[in-house]
Write a protein that binds this ligand. Structure first.
Ligand code: GTP
Ligand code: MG
Length: 206
């Protein structure tokens, strides 16, 4: 891949257990683990892709959703190009908490243009029969919050996972085309073996 790739940082936020790590792992490694581990701190993985003829390295930052790890995740919000607000459709509280996640992101990310910052909302675990959040309800929240794109996903069944990450790329590229944001390929070496890292550990969800 050319050295002039665009490097985009997207960050997954949402309550513990909604499936952030599972979505990232499904997208990057095409695997799903039903016995997942809570994330502690942050992890990231890179995936190269082509969207609408543009080569992109998507750097996906996966954060710990549990409240007690707040101080470990917030330092990594800066520099994000898009925020993927995630809830689980079978967990009403995780949906109600989307506003808190958005606020936390805005507080710590220090984005230059808060009104225009791109968010994408993911309603995960659509494979589950017991829903607590309807699609209409979720879409209404997105409408009221900057008309952000909404995707109903399943990391387990691989439903809409690629579509959601590609949508994140599209909204960032569209916004950057408008403001002439700098390409980062010349400042970061993406050609080594540094395809991801972990800050912290994981532990088993009981
Ligand atoms: N049925 C179903 N289960 C899922 C799905 N995505 C994740 N899970 C399960 O939900 C649990 C939590 O998933 P994680 O990906 O670890 O959740 P997380 O949001 O990363 O949680 P934290 O790291 O604590 O913030 C695990 O048991 C996963 O296997 C999905 O789409 N469908
Ligand atoms: Mg996790």
């Amino acid at each position: 891949m050319s050295r002039n790739n665009v490097l985009l940082k997207v960050i997954l936020l949402g309550d513990g257990g909604v499936g952030k790590s599972s979505l990232m792992n499904r997208y990057v490694t095409d695997r799903f683990d039903s016995q997942s581990f809570h994330t502690i701190g942050v992890e990231f993985l890179n995936r190269d892709l082509e969207v609408d003829g543009r080569l992109v390295t998507l750097q996906i930052w996966d954060t710990a959703g549990q409240e007690r790890f707040k101080s470990l995740r917030t330092p990594f919000y800066r520099g994000a190009d898009c925020c993927l607000l995630t809830f689980a459709v079978n967990d009403l509280q995780s949906f109600l908490n989307l506003s808190c996640w958005k606020k936390e992101f805005m507080l710590y990310s220090d984005v230059k243009d808060p009104e225009r910052f791109p968010f994408v909302v993911l309603g995960n675990k659509v494979d589950m029969e017991q829903r607590e959040v309807g699609e209409d309800e979720a879409r209404a929240w997105c409408e009221e919050n900057g008309c952000c794109p909404y995707f109903e996903t399943s990391a387990k069944d691989d439903t809409n996972v690629t579509a959601a990450f590609e949508a994140a790329v599209r909204v960032v590229l569209a916004a950057e085309d408008q403001i002439g944001h700098a390409l980062l390929g010349s400042t970061i070496d993406l050609h080594g073996n540094h395809n991801g890292f972990t800050v912290g550990l994981r532990y088993s969800i009981q």
